[in-house]
Ligand binder design. Sequence first.
Ligand SMILES: Cc1cc2nc3c(=O)[nH]c(=O)nc-3n(C[C@H](O)[C@H](O)[C@H](O)COP(=O)(O)O)c2cc1C
Length: 275
Amino acid sequence: MDIQFKVAEERCAGCGLCVLDCLPHVLEMFQGSPRVAAGMEDACYQCQHCMAICPEGAVSVLGLRPEDSEPLPGDGLDPRKLETLIKGRRSVRRYREQNLDPVLLQHLLEVAWAAPTGANAEQVRFTVVDDRAKLERLRGEVLAGLAKLVSASALPAGMERFADIVRSWVEEGVDVLFRGAPHLIIASAPAGAPTPLADCFIALSTFDLLAQAHGVGTLWDGLATYAIRDLVPEVRHTLGIPDDHLFGYVMLFGYSAVSYARTTQRPGPLVHRVA
Ligand SMILES: Cc1cc2nc3c(=O)[nH]c(=O)nc-3n(C[C@H](O)[C@H](O)[C@H](O)COP(=O)(O)O)c2cc1C
């Protein structure tokens, strides 16, 4: 593999930070400049730390130019804003009957994609329902599948509450499964990836916080996860989730019909400090 590691010699200060930060030791210093060590190129896992760390913007790798990266403020971000976001994000169960602006949706997906993955595998796939009408169809298919299980008394043990979920929808039009959300996202990853489920949860957590920072409501949807992953698995094929993928989780999202005036108050964290 040609990782296209290039150094603009006129800018390189020879500080060696790129070499020190290269986890798989692909790089070495040679006569005051970094270079790829003999036979090490294939060990690169494309994390781009060499380019990210260079104070002079002298390093490019994988054909990427440092000037196309976003500069980072040296004094960091205001942590209080992030803390307010973490404490103030709520599970949203009422949504406006409106599609999200597609430009905002694309932006959320692109930024959430920056979440870390084990060994930098970057194999998380976002399956996205981007239109209310599509979600309506999906709801119909999932509830029809659940209704079949209910009428055949075939709900597995522990899943009996899905009978009530079907009843609520059929008799009262109450959508416990998808909460009337216009959209959902499912993260999945190849079972053979180094850390597939962790990657999915981290990507969705990132999407969750980012969406809420943009005023978009979200809900981690365990019920829809059970329904699609375990109870009506044919829906997985309708959605195009590859067979060799582990199913991460379902998250609902859309413009929220509620807003919260204050944070909730949680008891202190359960912490066990190792003796
Ligand atoms: C993994 C996970 C699964 C969840 N599944 C559901 C669900 O199926 N339906 C639902 O209404 N809420 C679900 N929730 C939301 C939780 O009930 C919610 O996070 C909790 O009540 C605290 O509320 P908050 O998120 O607003 O702080 C889930 C949350 C998590 C983290």
